[in-house]
Ligand binder design. Structure first.
Ligand SMILES: Nc1ncnc2c1ncn2[C@@H]1O[C@H](COP(=O)(O)OP(=O)(O)OP(=O)(O)O)[C@@H](O)[C@H]1O
Ligand SMILES: [Mg+2]
Length: 338
C-alpha cells in the first residue's frame, strides 16, 4: 500500500459494522477485488488513513488531526463527538473538500481528497458530498424561498428547470416541509431552516452527507425534528451520514458514535437493540463503549483508567486466554519504595 505510513504493519482486516440494508445497491460494490487481501477500508464510503491536518498560524503549527483512522460504511449514520478543539470540524472540512490533508489519506466515495485538482474538487463538493453547517444563515440564501434554495445547487449543476422544481419539491416533502416551500428563511423556524438545509445539501443526490453540529442552535424538540429528517434520508435514500454533535439526543440514537480526542479517534460506542430478555434490565437499546485499536495495534487507555491505577510511561501486558491484562510498572514502584 502506498502512502506515508509504509512502516506500519496492518492487523488482520476486521469485520465491518455497517448494517445490511436490503434492496440497496451500494455505489462502491463494484470496486475491483485486490489480489493480496482487501486493502485498508476497501468498500468503505469514507476512509481516513493516518490523517494529519496541520494549520500554520504565523510561526506556530497547530496539529488539529494527528493520524486519525476512521472507516464509515456505505449507508451508515454515525455521530462524532469530542471536546472543543479536538478536531471534529477539521475532520469534516477535510472530508468536505474545503481543507486539504497535510499527510495521510482521506478517501470519500473513491475520491482521494489529497490528490484532487481544482476542477475535480469543485465537482466533488457539488455532487459527492452535501454539507450542513451549524449556523442556519450559512446554509441558506436569505432572499430565496425554501424551494429556490433547494433548486440552487441543481441550477449550478446545469439541470433543467422542470427537473429542479420536481426534485426540490420531493426533497422538501421528504424532510416534512412540503407546505413551507414558498417561505423565505426568515419566515421559517430554526429547525425548519435546518431541514431545508438538509434538502439543499441533498439536491444533487450526493452519496455522503456531512453535518457539523446541525442542531447546535436548536432546542430539544426542534433538534428532534432535524434528527428525524436526517434519519429519514439515511433510511429512504441510503445516504451515508456523518454528524458532528454535542447533542446527546443525536449521539444517543445512532448505531455508532465515534469520540475524537486530540485529533485521533479514541473510543467508539456501539448501540444495538436489546433482545426480549434484556429489555427489562436495559431498556430498548444497549450501548457498549470500545477503545479503538489502530492498524498498528495501538490503543488509547481512557484517562480515568490511567489515573485510577497511576499508570505512567510504561505498563506490563499479559496475554490471557480471552483478554489482555494491563498492569502498572511494578519495577518503578519498587524503585520508589527503596
Ligand atoms: N483555520 C484554522 N487555523 C488555525 N487553527 C485552526 C483552524 N481551524 C481549527 N484550528 C485549530 O485546530 C484545532 C481543532 O479545531 P476544530 O475546529 O477542528 O475543533 P472542534 O472539535 O470542531 O471544536 P468545537 O467543538 O469547539 O467546534 C483547534 O486547536 C483549533 O484552534
Ligand atoms: Mg467545531
Amino acid at each position: 500500500m502506498s502512502g506515508p505510513r509504509g512502516e506500519i504493519v496492518d492487523l488482520p482486516a476486521g469485520t465491518g459494522i455497517a448494517e445490511e440494508v436490503p434492496g440497496r445497491q451500494s455505489p462502491w460494490a463494484a470496486r475491483p477485488t485486490p489480489t493480496r487481501g482487501p486493502a485498508y477500508g476497501a468498500g468503505s464510503a469514507i476512509i481516513c488513513d493516518n490523517l494529519v491536518k496541520i494549520y500554520k498560524v504565523a510561526e506556530l503549527e497547530v496539529v488539529a488531526l494527528q493520524g486519525l483512522d476512521l472507516l464509515v460504511e456505505p449507508g451508515e449514520f454515525i455521530a462524532i463527538v469530542g471536546a472543543s478543539g479536538s478536531g471534529k470540524s477539521t475532520l469534516l472540512n477535510v472530508l468536505a473538500g474545503l481543507d486539504t490533508p497535510s499527510a495521510g489519506r482521506a478517501i470519500v466515495a473513491d475520491h482521494d481528497l489529497g490528490a484532487m485538482k481544482v476542477a475535480e474538487r469543485t465537482a466533488y463538493r457539488r455532487r459527492v458530498i452535501g454539507f450542513v453547517r451549524q449556523q442556519t444563515a450559512a446554509n441558506l440564501l436569505p432572499y430565496l424561498t425554501a424551494l429556490e434554495n433547494v433548486e440552487m445547487p441543481m441550477l449550478l449543476d446545469g439541470r433543467s428547470r422542470r427537473t429542479r422544481r420536481q426534485h426540490a419539491r420531493e426533497l422538501l416533502d421528504r424532510v416534512g416541509l412540503a407546505d413551507r416551500a414558498d417561505h423565505r428563511p426568515d419566515r421559517l423556524s430554526g429547525g425548519e431552516q435546518q431541514r431545508v438545509s438538509v434538502a439543499v445539501a441533498l439536491a444533487n443526490n450526493p452519496p455522503v452527507l456531512l453535518a457539523d453540529e446541525p442542531t447546535g442552535e436548536l432546542d430539544t424538540s426542534t433538534s428532534r425534528e432535524v434528527f428525524a429528517a436526517l434519519r429519514a434520508v439515511n433510511t429512504d435514500l441510503g445516504v451515508t451520514i456523518v454528524v458532528v454533535t454535542h447533542d446527546p439526543l443525536v449521539a444517543g440514537h445512532v448505531r455508532r458514535t465515534v469520540a475524537i480526542r486530540d485529533g485521533r479517534t479514541a473510543t467508539e460506542t456501539l448501540r444495538r437493540d436489546t433482545t426480549a430478555e434484556e429489555v427489562e434490565a436495559h431498556g430498548e437499546t444497549i450501548a457498549e463503549e470500545y477503545a479503538v485499536l489502530d492498524r498498528a495495534g495501538r490503543l488509547q487507555l481512557p484517562r480515568e483508567h490511567v489515573e485510577a491505577l497511576h499508570l505512567e510511561r510504561r505498563v506490563r501486558l499479559t496475554l490471557e486466554a480471552d483478554h489482555i491484562g494491563v498492569w502498572p510498572d511494578g519495577r518503578k514502584r519498587e524503585e520508589e519504595d527503596r
